[in-house]
Design a protein around this ligand. Structure first.
Ligand code: ZN
Ligand code: ZN
Ligand code: FE
Length: 760
């Protein structure tokens, strides 16, 4: 028999996910000897035996990998055989262990779910059941290396039965750090709305009964508190809106199983696997017209955010109520999610009627992640639980740097080696309570990555929190990077693309290099160089933030620019009957005298304006509402588009929107339905985008087009642009790992800084 040996190195999410036991089982089954061990950031497997067994191992390896593992890089090389007897799991090499060894939290696996509902199992109905394939990870970590002693499970000494499982390489709970059972693990209990104890031997049943009675129940989940409400009870959902001060922004809804999800939204096969995946994100899916969900859940939007239970506790709760539940972050609007029991009771008093608590501390605050599906893959919207801290793998290694992120939907990002670690979604830094969350999390990442950032990169905006924070980031050098360039760099970082390309960043707001508000930008990309090459033609934005909250103001400015002041005033009277004539005249006057008026090329604001012109959203109650309503009504197919022109202006290609505006206004005044105008608008903007990108690609000799920015969260626009580009034989590159919105720009900032530092 010929003995051969190989060494396999697997990188990615390979630790704390049952990887070593899996290798052990597979090697033993194939009759191979050797060992497996964790090293910083990778798992190394040495196997030896006869050649046929080795190839059998390699064939099975790919198809039997644990569900929560994600191998981003696999290398195999020949090794010298050592003659070791049998296969062993070696103790971890602890030196230099980094944050990279902590996996993201993992949704309950099928085996644990089975035990949960098996009356003969010792974990029957135990709400903290987990194993090496599932359970809490990142959210319970207090320090490193990742093992039980350094998690919030440290205060729960394992019973003899659990310890036996933990020590047995053939057991599914071998080295499952949060391993627990009813005898030794965390437990649930209930408090009333004032925080007073509620006597019950069935906490889940008590919470379920309250929810069915229309109450708002605060539930301590994985990454913090959630507010749970019967999603079929319109009165209860409205009460939640009032108490949480959240007027119309849609709520995510948790369903018992996929079949019940289908009662509310349309799901393709790919959607189902996203929902069932170990990351178990909220998926934005098209809502059914007839649905069990109360109308106030998504307030007029034709999509709904749906998810499946991802902890045993959530499963048990959903089984008991047997109806969909609104599951929204446990906070008042604009504050970070609450994590501590006392903190939650004090902050959520007056919002929650009942508290379902447990005694396992949540260490890392982490909201639910949100994704859309584009093609067969995910398209992230908010990246937190289940995603963080798994890194984005870069094309090569770089010196340590950090990107501090933007102001809204903030994340930050450390680059270390070839890995880019994004923080969980931090939130909107316009809100002071979010600053502490940012600073705490920043320090955690800095410490546990062992990062010594040689450079920090912040947004060009002088007044952002992160711009001021940059001085305290602990870096040697500071870079300021324009917002939309950061969007483009983030897409370059995650796709690993290097070469000539055209970049399109369509977005709400970003401080421009010329002091204007950018947001409809085209770039010429050459390797790591990104240069502005075109934009939507500028228009005057009256009153800055007021325009964002009241899209009719932006619309009025565009009407004035297209039709003249007098005609704009009469159009406004027709299109915005709810807006007093004096307000209209005041805005027109400000535009005339250029008082508090800033030029903008923002695509987001153009969407706002058209949404207002269609009568869909004259005033906006949350960020992105006007564009989302506009996308929501778009008919599937409508004949005709509006005209547009491309122009050359000071070396920049500009998209002139005036004909487009004239067309929408004529259709709106002609009482055409919003669904027709919206469709034509989307089709026109997509056509203009493709035409501009194609022209720039041709002159640069590029074949790729990179799409980023929050406006590309609009999949109606995105899918038209994608098909348009492909028709022109151009290859689109889109986000798959980080959001196209501002949640992704920290990656772009970090990538830019890394390239600058590496380049000298
Ligand atoms: Zn499990
Ligand atoms: Zn136990
Ligand atoms: Fe942005």
């Amino acid at each position: 028999m010929r003995i051969a040996a190989i060494e396999i190195t697997a990188r990615g999410v390979v630790q704390g996910v049952g990887f070593r036991p899996f290798v052990h089982r597979l090697a033993s089954r194939c009759g191979l000897a050797g060992w497996v061990e964790n090293t910083p950031g990778s798992v190394v497997i040495h196997i030896e035996g006869d050649a046929a067994a080795l190839s059998r191992f390699r064939a099975l390896f790919g198809s039997e990998i644990p569900p929560a593992a994600r191998v981003t890089r696999l290398s195999v090389r020949k090794a010298a055989s050592t003659g070791v007897p049998g296969f062993t799991i070696r103790a971890s090499r602890r030196d230099g262990i980094a944050l990279s060894t902590i996996p993201p939290d993992i949704a309950t696996c099928p085996e644990c779910a089975g035990e949960l509902s098996d009356p003969s199992d010792r974990r029957h109905r135990y709400p903290f059941t987990n194993c090496t394939n599932c359970g809490p990870r990142f959210t319970i970590v207090t320090s490193l290396p990742y093992d039980r002693e350094r998690t919030s499970m440290a205060s729960f000494p394992m019973c003899a039965a659990c310890r036996k499982e933990y020590g047995d390489p053939d057991d599914r709970r071998f080295h499952a750090e949060p391993n627990a059972c009813p005898a030794c693990g965390p437990r649930l209990y209930v408090r009333d709305g004032d925080g007073a104890p509620v006597e019950t031997d069935d906490p889940i049943g008590t919470a379920a009964a309250a929810i069915l009675g229309g109450a708002i129940v605060a539930v301590r989940g994985l990454g913090g508190f959630q507010l749970a409400v019967d999603a079929t009870n319109d009165g209860a959902v409205r009460a939640l809106r009032t108490r949480k001060r959240r007027e119309e922004k849609p709520f995510a809804v948790m369903f018992r199983d996929v079949a019940s999800v289908r009662s509310a939204v349309y799901l393709a096969a790919a959607d189902e696997s996203i929902l069932r995946s170990p990351r178990a994100p909220v998926l934005l899916a098209p809502a059914r017209a007839r649905s069990p969900l109360a109308p106030s859940v998504s307030s007029g939007l034709p999509t709904a955010g749906v998810l499946l239970p991802y902890t045993p506790m959530h499963r048990m709760l959903l089984d008991r109520v047997d109806r969909p539940l609104v599951m929204t972050s446990g906070n008042a609007t604009d504050e970070p999610i609450a994590i501590g029991n006392d903190e939650a009771i004090s902050r959520l008093r007056g919002i929650a009627d009942l508290f379902l608590l447990h005694d396992r501390e949540v260490v890392q605050r982490s909201d639910d992640s949100v994704v859309r599906r584009v093609g067969r893959g995910i398209y992230p919207v908010r990246r937190a639980r289940g995603f963080v801290p798994a890194p984005v793998t870069l094309l090569r290694s770089f010196p340590d740097v950090v990107g501090l992120g933007g102001e809204l939907k903030n994340t930050f990002c450390f680059v270390k080696g070839d890995a880019a670690y994004l923080s969980q979604h931090i939130g909107d830094l316009e809100q002071a309570p979010v600053h502490d969350f940012y600073e705490e999390t920043y320090r955690f990442f800095l410490r546990f990555l062992g990062a010594r950032p040689r450079a920090a990169c912040h947004d060009l905006h002088p007044a952002y929190f992160t711009t001021a924070f940059a001085e305290r980031a602990g870096a040697d050098r500071l870079f300021a990077l324009q917002h939309h360039k950061a969007h483009i760099y983030s897409a370059l970082a995650e796709t690993g693309f290097s070469g000539k390309a055209v970049g399109v960043a369509f977005d709400g707001t970003g401080y421009g290099e010329d002091g204007a508000i950018w947001g409809g930008e085209f770039f010429a990309i050459d390797g790591i160089e990104v240069r502005r090459a075109g934009h939507l033609a500028y228009f005057p934005l009256p009153g800055g933030d007021a325009a964002v909250r009241e899209p009719w103001r932006t619309a009025l400015s565009l009407l004035r620019a297209t039709l003249g002041a007098a005609e704009a005033e009469s159009a406004a009277r027709e299109l915005f009957p709810g807006i007093p004539g004096t307000s209209v005249r005041r805005v027109l006057e400000a535009l005339e005298k250029k008082i508090n008026v800033i030029p903008t090329s923002s695509a987001g604001r153009l969407f706002d304006a058209v949404s207002a012109i269609c009568g869909l959203c004259v005033r906006s109650s949350y960020e992105g509402q006007a564009p989302m309503l506009l996308e929501g009504v778009a008919a599937r197919a409508v004949a005709g588009t509006y005209p547009f022109t491309l122009a050359e202006e000071g070396g920049q290609l500009t998209i002139d929107w005036s004909e487009l505006l004239r067309g929408t206004v004529a259709d709106a005044r002609g009482r055409l339905p919003a669904k027709v105008i919206s469709r034509r608008f989307h089709d026109t903007l997509a056509a203009a985008t493709v035409a501009a990108a194609a022209r720039l690609a041709e002159s640069a000799g590029a074949r790729h087009v990179v799409l980023s920015g929050g406006v590309f969260q609009n999949v109606t626009l995105l899918s038209r642009v994608l098909s348009g580009l492909r028709k022109r034989k151009l290859t689109p590159l889109i986000h798959r790992q980080v959001p196209a919105n501002d949640g992704g720009i920290s990656l772009g900032q970090a990538y830019y800084a890394a390239a600058q530092v590496a380049g000298g």
